[in-house]
Design a binder for this molecule. Sequence first.
Ligand code: NAG
Ligand code: NAG
Ligand code: NAG
Ligand code: NAG
Ligand code: NAG
Ligand code: NAG
Length: 399
Amino acid sequence: MLFLSLPFILAGITAASPLLLRDTTLSYDTFDNVTVYTAPAAWKNRGTLYGRVVLLNQNCEDDNVLLSTWTVNAPNKTYLPIYKSLDLGRTWTELTKVYFKTPNYTAIAQPFLYELGQPFGDYPAGTIFLSGNTFSRTGTAIELHASLDQGHTFVYVSTVATGGAPNTNDGGTSVWEPFILAHGGTLGVFYSDSRDPLHSQKLSHQTSTDLLTWSAPVNDAASKNYTLRPGMTSIAKMGNDKFIFSYELDKAAGFPAYAKQPIHYRIADSPFEFDNSTELPLVATDGTVASSAPQIVWTPAGGPNGTILTSASHAEDFFINTAYGDPSAWTRVVSGHGIGYSRALQIIPDTDGKVILVFNGGSWQDGPKEVSAGDFLIPGAGSSLDTISNCPSSDPDED
Ligand SMILES: *[C@@H]1O[C@H](CO)[C@@H](O)[C@H](O)[C@H]1NC(C)=O
Ligand SMILES: *[C@@H]1O[C@H](CO)[C@@H](O)[C@H](O)[C@H]1NC(C)=O
Ligand SMILES: *[C@@H]1O[C@H](CO)[C@@H](O)[C@H](O)[C@H]1NC(C)=O
Ligand SMILES: *[C@@H]1O[C@H](CO)[C@@H](O)[C@H](O)[C@H]1NC(C)=O
Ligand SMILES: *[C@@H]1O[C@H](CO)[C@@H](O)[C@H](O)[C@H]1NC(C)=O
Ligand SMILES: *[C@@H]1O[C@H](CO)[C@@H](O)[C@H](O)[C@H]1NC(C)=O
């Protein structure tokens, strides 16, 4: 890790924003737009999508290992690649390829990576979980795979949910887009659920304490109007101990044409109790409606209430909120990272909560066909609060 003692002007804030923020206290050598991966030239389908990244910091690790994955369309039998970075995202090397269990799958879509901060069943703290959704002629299946050796090898654990073959129309019965989060001694797998005949699609979760057996599905967001399709769960814990849950709401009426899946959010005391929370649209103070495939993090930097950072996929924009999700307090900022579908956000350690690694798995038809990474700086002051490590004796701040 290279530290420079140079002040810098915040990247990501341009003339389009009324804010001009400077930071003269943090010394960290940020980087931008490194290419992590492009598919081999010989592959018929070289598209990539849905980058995910996890910092291994839940088991008192002190070597700042990042693992990442994304979807590829490998010929014959595809897999999820696992890559590793030891320099906070600047360079990456391949660790392994993970094949899933579903017979004769044609794709593994929508991956997710998560590190356990506490033991569950046979899986100790520090176990890394990889989830993803297999597509086959007969169905969709959200599988869970675990690594007990920091991502070198993965083994199949269980299948959380299964549904019909991929079908985004009314009447389809697929499952999609897993997200993993533990809270209060229970681990939840959250996903998009098209199986309930009362809803074209809703968001559900199932919980477990051994990761082998799973509760019945519980609603997280289910619209009264059948047609609306909440999708793509992303959840963050905030400094006030509340949880913020963001998702897209496909088919919602009354939004600008560019906002095809306007992002909505809810706040609750537990990530397992969003169903009865108020649904709020994410609309910035300049009127921009955040749309499509959100990812959300909360960092203690940026003010007394920290900062919620949300990536959207309709444009390269990010949306920030320093008031614990107050619906009148979302500011649009230019991300500086180009458009990307469901860009992942990872807080980087020892940066006072100010540096967020943006991990971009690529876009649909028109966008980039590569996986890239770069840093985004949270506007405003840094924080000495270490909210991302799970270790009571984590290194003191170096600044
Ligand atoms: C894929 O399968 C086909 C037909 O079995 C075979 O000819 C081809 O070499 C395989 N490609 C790869 C990359 O394994
Ligand atoms: C998988 O494909 C093979 C070869 O086509 C076939 O024999 C087998 O029945 C299939 N399995 C399932 C579960 O569909
Ligand atoms: C349900 O949602 C659709 C799509 O936004 C809309 O056209 C329709 O008017 C809504 N129905 C009701 C009863 O609100
Ligand atoms: C929401 O409220 C209803 C009615 O009080 C209750 O039955 C349901 O369990 C609640 N959902 C959650 C997820 O807490
Ligand atoms: C921080 O949050 C508290 C409690 O929600 C609120 O009263 C206060 O106004 C917030 N401060 C800022 C700067 O947003
Ligand atoms: C990174 O790439 C994006 C998208 O192409 C571009 O807008 C941005 O200017 C680049 N940043 C740098 C520092 O080159």
